[in-house]
Design a protein around this ligand. Structure first.
Ligand code: BG6
Length: 513
């Protein structure tokens, strides 16, 4: 594959010369759903725009609603025009839409899979060669097992002459037991090497940059341990509420929705050992070791290391907004947490004794995802007599979104005749350093899956290791029959519940959101 100079410069397409994407048919189950419309279709358009799709590419949408190919194509076009990060180019869009087909039917109906099979075979006949197949499960999670079973039953899980891959959206189970059962079902039909479990945070440029930051710079690694680091604080705050997702969200809650997956992945990126190489197995082995080093919380520990809270009415995003219990579709008296904070420890030589604070919430003061690594204070302040009250420990903040960048807090002397110290920031911002728009996470993840690179996907043991940490907390919080900590409250648009301070050790403070 020959790339144009523009494509060779683009970080997304630059590596393609090494690893071309083989001719592929991508089948999206749940093709008319929100995720497909908002994320998957726009991502495919942008890949087409970058020349990152294979020359022979077909897209098949499968969904319950009866409709003709033409109607589905029109819906795809509307979704792409509305949600693409780039204004679509008519020729590129038309080329992509030409490749689209629609197969209607319910996911447990075997005739749907027979129809799908004949569509796939028809494409291969036209191409005169076998085509790889990627099945993307973007349905409600309750359909994952039945689709996997039907793909297996209709002999679609393997192909004698091409690669077959299964891409599974989150959530991967809602408890450890469910995650194990789902792994068991999936691995009964597919090999682990065919399976790509999505955690869209891994596709974010800024998350991948954490590896570059740690492992491509010599200056941080010597400090990156319990001798120099005092605490790590990971925040994923959102200003939005639950929107129209009450059905899903009320069952999930903040712990399952963000901490079990995205935030534990961020923790792994901070805490993992340098992998020997950036292959899928090496990277994932290192992440699993981190998760295994986090002790499973006991019932007695939970009240002092985990906190849940719910938003009440307030002012957010410039308007008055209702509380969680007043949101449409939320059952009366729901105890579902819209905010969760944890204090975890990674019990190994590098990290023993360093608290990792994680917090996430809906309807907080603003949207920000960041990791703040606070170093230990200097051992002795020589100029304390001369007004160095402003001396604060160094802090490295990796901002994942928005205003993506890295900033390092240093102590500096205020110009003047006296030695007065004040914190200042040294900053790197993506926007100004690279002057280019980052691809959306799904663009990266879809091409990686089609290419067979599983580095940015969660392995079966990794998902289970994540659940091992969260499951006892989920159970303790759900166990309403037992006396447990009540759900704390926080006003929409605020910094979160005051009770979250109770998780902090010593002089630690939550950063302002
Ligand atoms: C999703 C959660 O996985 O991540 C949502 O289900 C959340 O509730 C979203 O809003 C946040 O993603 P991002 O990319 O906007 O940080």
């Amino acid at each position: 594959m020959t790339l144009t100079p523009e494509q060779a410069e683009n970080p997304l397409t630059a590596g393609l010369e090494r690893m071309p994407v083989a001719p592929t048919t991508l089948v999206i189950f749940g093709a008319t759903g929100d995720l497909a419309r908002r994320k998957l279709l726009p991502a495919l358009y942008n890949l087409a725009h970058d020349g990152a799709l294979p020359e022979r590419f077909h897209l098949v949408g499968v969904s319950r609603k009866e409709k003709e190919n033409e109607d589905y194509r029109a819906e795809c076009e509307e979704a792409i025009r509305r949600f693409s990060r780039r204004k679509p180019d008519d020729d590129v869009l038309e080329g992509l839409l030409d490749s689209v087909k629609y197969v209607p039917g319910t996911f447990d109906d075997e005739t749907v899979y027979a129809e799908l099979k004949s569509v796939l075979e028809e494409f291969e006949k036209e191409a005169g060669e076998p085509l790889n197949r990627a099945f993307y499960l973007s349905t409600a999670p309750s359909f994952f097992p039945v689709i996997v079973e039907q793909l297996g039953e209709s002999a679609l899980a393997h192909h004698p002459d091409a690669e077959v891959r299964l891409i599974i959206e989150k959530p991967f189970g809602t408890t450890l037991e469910e995650a194990r059962d789902l792994n068991h079902q999936v691995l009964g039909r597919f090999e682990e090497s065919q399976v790509y479990r999505i955690d869209h945070y891994l596709g974010k440029e800024t998350v991948q940059n954490m590896m570059a930051f740690r492992f491509a710079n010599g200056m941080f690694e010597p400090l990156w341990n319990r001798n120099y680091i005092d605490s790590v604080q990971i925040t994923a705050a959102e200003d939005l509420g639950i929107g129209t997702r009450a059905d899903y969200y009320n069952e999930a809650g903040a712990l399952r929705d963000l901490i079990q997956n995205h935030m534990l992945q961020l923790l792994c990126h901070v805490a993992m050992e340098p992998p020997v190489s950036f292959t899928a197995e090496e990277v994932r082995n290192e992440k699993v070791k981190v998760l295994q080093a986090i002790p499973e919380p006991t019932v007695e520990q939970i009240p002092e290391m985990a906190l849940r809270a719910q938003y009440t009415a307030g002012h957010a995003g410039g308007e008055d907004v209702p509380g969680y219990l007043e949101e449409e579709g939320v059952p009366e008296g729901s105890k579902t947490e819209t905010y969760a904070a944890l204090r975890l420890e990674v019990d190994n030589w590098r990290w023993a004794g360093v608290p990792f604070y994680l917090r996430t919430g809906k309807r907080l003061a603003r949207k920000v995802t960041e990791i703040a690594v606070t170093l230990k204070p200097v051992p002795h302040l020589a100029f304390s007599h001369d007004g160095s009250l402003g001396v604060q420990p160094n802090q490295l903040v990796l901002t994942l979104q928005p205003n993506e960048g890295v900033s390092l807090r240093l102590g500096a002397k205020i110009p003047g005749t006296r030695m007065i110290i004040r914190p200042v920031n040294m900053e790197f911002l993506y926007g100004t350093a690279f002057l280019s728009q980052s691809p959306e996470a799904y663009e990266r993840l879809i091409t990686d899956a089609m290419r067979g690179d599983a580095t940015l996907f969660t392995r079966n043991d990794e998902v289970e290791a994540q659940w091992r940490i969260c499951d006892p907390i989920v159970k303790a919080w759900a166990d309403s029959g037992q006396p447990g900590p009540p759900v704390a409250l926080y006003e929409a648009g605020s910094q979160g519940p005051a009770e979250a301070d109770g998780l902090l050790r010593g002089d630690d403070r939550w950063r302002a959101i």
